[in-house]
Design a protein around this ligand. Structure first.
Ligand SMILES: C[S@@+](CC[C@H](N)C(=O)[O-])C[C@H]1O[C@@H](n2cnc3c(N)ncnc32)[C@H](O)[C@@H]1O
Length: 346
C-alpha cells in the first residue's frame, strides 16, 4: 500500500492484543477519527484519533501516514445540474452547511420551483443527512438567529452536531451556530495554557466552552449567553460531554460579567457585528497579561478600524494593550471577512 507523505494522522499505536480494549474506549467516547482507516503493521494496530486531552492523558499519540477512507462521490453540482436548465444552473449554489443530521441550503429565488428536487438529491447522496432546510431570512435580532424552512426529509430543526469529539445539541433555527468556525475554535485551543481562567462572552449553545474544556488544560471556562434557548442547549452540552470545568450563565454580559467578580486570563468576544460595544465589559475583568479575542466583520481595506476601536476602548479604560495579530476566520461577502483581533493587556 502506498501512503502519501501529506497524509499524516494522529494515531494511537497499540499492541494488537490490547486493540479491542482501545477500540471500545474510542467508540464509546467518540474519539475515533473517521478520516483514515484503522491499520495493522507488524504486531501493532494504529487507531486514527481525535487528539483530546483525555486521549493524551491515557495514550501516546504518534503521527503516522494512514490510508485515507475512500472519499464518497460528492459531486453534487453534476447530479443536480442534470435536473436543471442551463439558465437555472447559473443560479445554483452547491455549498451548504451540514449541522449534525441537517443540511442548510441557500436557494436563489430563480430556483424555488426546483428546490425540492435539489433537496432530494442531497438526501440521496449523503446518508448522514436526514433533513434538508433552506435559509428563509438572514441572521437577525440580538440572538442572531435565522428563519429556516423544511425542504425534504424528517421534519425537525433540532440535531446533534459533532465537532472534534464534542457533541453539540441545538435547534438550528432558535440558536446561532456555525460549523464553519471549527477551525477558529481549534486556533484558540492551541493558544490556551494550562490553568487558565477563560471567559466566553456570547457563548450560544456553548461550542467554544465545550471545545476548550475538552481539548485544553484550562482551569475553568465561564460562558454568558442572552438567548435562553441557547443557554439551555449549552447546559445540556456540558452534561452530555461530561465537562466539569464549564460554568454557564443566562443573561446580558453587561449585567452578568461584573457579577462574576473574577478576572480572567483569556476573554473571547464572538459577536462580530457589535463586540466593540462590550469592550468596556471585557476590559473591566481583564488584568495584566489577559489575552482578548475580539471578532469583527470588516472589508479587507478596513481591518485597521478594528484595531483603532480596541485602542480607543483601552485608552478610555486606562489600560495599555499590545495587538498580537489580526486573523481572518471566514468570509462574510466579497472582500469582507470575519476577523479576530488578538490583543494582550500590558
Ligand atoms: C454570533 S453568536 C455566537 C454564538 C456562539 N459563541 C457560537 O460561536 O456559536 C452571538 C451570540 O451572542 C448572544 N448575545 C447577543 N447579545 C448578547 C449580550 N448582550 N449578552 C450575552 N449574549 C449576547 C446571541 O444570543 C448569540 O447567541
Amino acid at each position: 500500500m502506498i501512503f502519501s507523505s501529506e497524509n499524516m494522522t494522529n494515531a494511537i499505536k497499540i499492541q494488537a492484543k490490547k486493540a479491542e480494549e482501545v477500540k471500545v474506549y474510542l467508540m464509546s467516547t467518540n474519539n475515533l477519527s473517521h478520516t483514515a482507516k484503522v491499520h495493522a503493521k507488524e504486531e501493532y494496530i494504529y487507531f486514527p484519533v481525535i487528539r483530546t486531552k483525555d486521549i493524551l492523558k491515557k495514550y501516546t499519540i504518534v503521527q503516522i501516514s494512514l490510508p485515507k477512507k475512500k472519499e464518497k462521490q460528492k459531486d453534487l453540482k453534476t447530479k443536480i445540474s442534470s435536473q436543471l436548465t442551463k439558465k437555472e444552473q447559473e443560479h445554483l449554489k452547491t455549498s451548504f452547511d451540514h449541522i449534525g443530521t441537517i443540511a442548510i441550503l441557500e436557494i436563489d429565488s430563480q430556483l424555488e420551483k426546483k428546490e425540492k428536487i435539489i433537496a432530494n438529491v442531497l438526501l440521496e447522496m449523503f446518508p448522514s443527512i436526514k433533513t434538508v432546510l433552506k435559509k428563509a431570512g438572514s441572521h437577525e435580532g440580538e440572538f442572531r438567529t435565522q428563519k429556516m424552512a423544511l425542504l425534504a426529509g424528517v421534519e425537525t430543526k433540532e440535531t446533534c452536531h459533532r465537532e472534534n469529539g464534542v457533541m453539540l445539541f441545538l435547534d438550528v433555527e432558535k440558536v446561532y451556530f456555525s460549523p464553519r468556525l471549527s477551525t477558529e475554535r481549534q486556533r484558540i485551543v492551541k493558544l490556551v495554557k494550562k490553568g487558565e481562567s477563560i471567559l466566553v462572552m456570547f457563548s450560544g449553545c456553548a461550542p467554544y466552552p465545550c471545545i476548550l474544556s475538552k481539548h485544553t488544560f484550562a482551569k475553568e471556562i465561564y460562558g454568558v449567553e442572552l438567548n435562553p434557548v441557547g443557554h439551555q442547549y449549552g447546559l445540556r452540552n456540558v452534561v452530555v460531554n461530561k465537562l466539569k470545568n464549564v460554568f454557564l450563565f443566562n443573561g446580558d454580559v453587561r449585567t452578568v460579567v461584573p457579577q462574576l467578580r473574577k478576572k480572567f486570563d483569556r476573554i473571547l468576544m464572538p459577536l462580530p457585528k457589535s463586540s466593540e460595544e462590550f469592550l468596556d465589559v471585557a476590559l473591566a475583568v481583564a488584568k495584566k497579561g489577559t489575552i482578548i479575542h475580539c471578532y469583527d466583520f470588516l472589508h479587507e481595506e478596513k481591518f485597521q478600524d478594528a484595531v483603532k476601536k480596541i485602542e480607543k476602548a483601552c485608552a478610555t479604560a486606562k489600560k495599555k494593550c499590545k495587538i498580537l495579530g489580526i486573523f481572518k476566520c471566514g468570509q462574510h461577502s466579497p472582500r469582507t471577512f470575519r476577523i479576530c483581533v488578538d490583543f494582550e493587556i500590558l
